[in-house]
Design a protein around this ligand. Structure first.
Ligand SMILES: CCC[C@H](NC(C)=O)C(=O)O
Ligand SMILES: NC(=O)OP(=O)(O)O
Length: 321
């Protein structure tokens, strides 16, 4: 595996899930694979789960780990070519990338959508420079339009807890005070469309996700109708993807609190499990009662981030041989 940015990089999902459950039984099983190999984790944005779980995964495989918070300790980086660098940025990405790559064997990158240009975000301008100029295997730790480590952990969790062979899984938008990226819902849809589930997406008008990720999923604008009979509810906020109106890209079009997932919403489901990638704004996205209920999976879901990262890093290490 040279890059991990989407569901198709994983290949057959049943095989990937079998690998995940094998590792979950013994996460140190492949600890010799990473001997004298270094994993560099580069963060342009904040993180808790990804920062901790990916370091843990690398250590499970015997790797050394370096974590770099760009713009906090390193030089502020210019990412645009052709810019006269007379401002507050001391170094260009085009030098920094090969330099960083010279100290490691595998690179993880977190670089959120900037909402300055839909094209820049949806062509993954930053992540693709690492893929193009580092000469090393590169995996996404949430880039502008995807969060595949999260979505793989979500799939593992659904597989562990499903009570029926083909569960109904609902991705629901919920309100948030800030403009959040579409990376998490995009990757969740990317994975659910390839998994053996009955997948439904529900959100207010104007929040249509990019067709590249929606693919054959059913889109239901009536949230309560979407929730009917659901086995899993996956809640997430995202800012306007700019599909129906490109001028609205990155905007907060709604803070409608009737979309907040509460017990009345969960009452029309099939006693559904509740999921969220975290961090979550309680009583905006979901009420205290729902996220604290026995059917809330947010903690085991977060714990599975160690497993998804271990599988991906294992495959990258195997590719180095
Ligand atoms: C894993 C989620 C990271 C990020 N969340 C925030 C609060 O920026 C997002 O919504 O994409
Ligand atoms: N879910 C997730 O990626 O969390 P962090 O942003 O804390 O890493």
């Amino acid at each position: 595996m040279r890059t991990y940015t989407n569901v198709f990089d994983l290949g057959d999902l049943k095989t990937a899930l079998a690998e995940a459950f094998e590792i979950k039984k013994d996460r140190y099983k492949y600890e010799s694979l990473g001997h004298h190999k270094t994993c560099l984790l580069i963060f342009f944005n904040n993180s808790l789960r990804t920062r901790l779980s990916t370091q843990k995964a690398a250590r499970n495989l015997g790797m050394d780990v370096i974590v770099l918070d760009v713009n906090q300790g390193a030089w502020k980086l210019e990412t645009e070519r052709g810019v006269i660098m007379d401002g507050d940025k001391s170094e260009h990405l085009l030098e920094a990338i090969p330099v960083m790559a010279s100290y490691c064997d595998i690179i993880g990158v977190r670089s959120f959508a900037r909402f300055e240009s839909r094209d820049d975000d949806y062509t993954e301008k930053i992540l693709n420079q690492f893929i193009r100029y580092s000469g090393k295997p590169v995996f996404s730790m949430e880039a502008a339009t995807g969060h595949p480590l999260q979505a793989f952990a979500d799939l593992i969790t659904i597989e562990e807890y499903k009570r029926t062979e083909r569960p109904k899984v609902v991705l629901t938008w919920a309100p948030h005070p800030r403009a959040l990226p579409q990376a998490v819902p995009n990757s969740f849809a990317d994975f659910m469309n390839e998994a053996d589930v009955d997948f439904v997406i529900t959100h207010p008008h104007g929040y249509e996700l990019d067709p590249k990720f929606v693919r054959g999923a059913r889109v239901e604008y009536d949230q309560m109708k979407a929730f009917e009979g659901a086995d899993f509810i996956y809640a997430k906020n995202w800012a306007c993807p700019g599909v129906t109106n490109p001028a609205d890209y990155g905007k907060v079009l709604s803070k409608d609190m009737s979309w907040t997932v509460d017990e009345a919403h969960m009452a029309v489901t099939n006693n559904a499990f509740f999921m969220h990638c975290l961090p979550v704004r309680r009583n905006m996205i979901v009420t205290d009662d729902v996220i604290e209920a026995p059917t809330s999976l947010v903690i085991p879901e977060a714990a599975n981030r160690e497993i998804s990262a271990t599988v991906v890093l294992k495959r990258m290490l195997e590719g180095l041989k």
